[in-house]
Design a protein around this ligand. Structure first.
Ligand code: OSB
Ligand code: MG
Length: 374
């Protein structure tokens, strides 16, 4: 594939409702999109970096800089056949996985279109539908949370994940479990606890949670393994798992029993598949996390979730839970059974609403090949 052009843009998209985690509140997303043109086809990628460097070290602004000045020019100077070549091409740049994933995933999208196959098939996916759950932010009050859960269960979602932090945990779980004794329920602390909270975390065992996601430090395996020894509930790692080696280390150390895979956090489809395979070979189930993506990132999450070991409901849910108007056509919908049906058209399967994207674009840059820079 000859790369004919790479366009980078930032879109401003207000969420239909604010999303609160232990590290902050998001009301509007600054979405970075990479558009890669090659021989009459266009692949799209989304950078999932947050507005602030609180989930990980990357932010919208750091990713923009790295994409514009490093990764974009490097890719523009290459002839590339497969998305799987991207990790090598970007190998010189340390870190910055979310920036890398935006371009790598666009190449996989292009490759699937060129081959005339759905992206899910190119990735090795085996599912025709994927099971869906929702991640519910910290709410203003318990009654508001109860009403939200009721609505999401009514819509068909198969698993409810509650964002938690000290002061928004056991009292909440207690109320939710009393009302819904049988639902699949999990929680996600985004590193809100310390090892001195271990006794408190052990008390979560009373609520029959499917898992406790990332209770301790974002970069830790060791203390999570200490904690897992004391818990009956499975620990799921999100932030700590940056690549296949991390997954192997965490599994070996028994730091977790489940892994959340996020395309951006691991740097794109190649590494996501590698983490998936490593976990599968060791009997560790995975599920696909979310980063409040627009339709483009969402389409990629859906394709990834078709791999065999994505056996638990993920955080990939309907467009309408996030956006008044998503930037893809059709938007992502979830059935009354809590499933998304995989598109059978080539590539990402959802058309891009180009006019809407143009309208929402706050900044845009055309990337030039490396030899033309400086
Ligand atoms: O830890 O899974 C997380 C959103 C932003 C940053 C981190 C996380 C999340 C979510 C939202 O849980 C998942 C989604 O609905 O996209
Ligand atoms: Mg998480």
């Amino acid at each position: 594939m000859r790369i004919d052009g790479i366009i980078l843009r930032e879109l401003h998209l207000p969420l239909v409702r604010p999303f609160e985690t232990s590290f902050g509140v998001t009301t509007e997303r600054r979405i970075l999109l990479a558009e890669v043109r090659s021989e009459g086809l266009t692949g799209w990628g989304e950078c999932t970096a947050g507005e602030r460097p609180y989930f990980s070290g990357e932010s919208t602004d750091t990713a923009w800089q790295v994409l514009l000045n490093e990764l974009g020019p490097t890719l523009a100077s290459e002839t590339i056949e497969h998305g799987g070549e991207c990790p090598r091409i970007f190998g010189k740049v340390r870190g910055n996985p979310m920036a890398k994933a935006a371009l790598e995933n666009a190449i996989w999208d292009l490759e699937a279109q060129r081959e005339g196959v759905p992206l899910a098939q190119l990735l090795g996916g085996v599912r025709e539908v994927i099971p869906c759950g929702v991640s519910l932010g910290i709410q203003k009050s318990i009654p508001e949370l109860m009403a939200t859960i009721e609505r999401e269960l009514e819509a068909g979602y198969q698993r409810i994940k509650l964002k938690c932090k000290p002061g928004w945990d056991v009292e909440v779980f207690e109320k939710v479990r009393t009302r819904w004794p049988g639902i699949l329920l999990s929680c996600d602390a985004n590193s809100a606890y310390k090892l001195r909270d271990a006794d408190h975390l052990v008390s979560f065992d009373a609520f029959d949670l499917l898992m406790i996601e990332q209770p301790l430090w974002h970069d830790d395996f060791y203390y999570h393994s200490m904690l897992q020894k004391r818990l009956n509930t499975a620990i799921c790692l999100d932030e700590s798992i940056r690549n296949r080696r991390d997954a192997l280390a965490a599994i070996e150390m028994e730091s977790c029993k489940v892994i959340n895979i996020k395309l951006g956090r691991v740097g794109g489809f190649s590494e996501a598949i590698a983490v998936h395979n490593a976990a599968q070979e060791r009997g560790i189930p995975v599920w696909c996390g979310g980063m409040l993506e627009s339709g483009i990132g969402r389409a990629h999450n859906i394709a990834l979730s078709t791999l065999e070991n994505f056996s638990l409901p993920g955080d990939v849910s309907a467009s309408a839970r996030y956006w008044k108007d998503d930037i893809i056509e059709p938007e992502v919908t979830v059935s009354r059974e809590g499933e998304i049906t995989i598109m059978d058209t080539p590539g990402r399967g959802y058309e891009v609403r180009y006019d809407l994207i143009e309208q929402l674009t706050a900044r845009k840059e055309e990337i030039r090949a490396l030899e033309l820079v400086g």
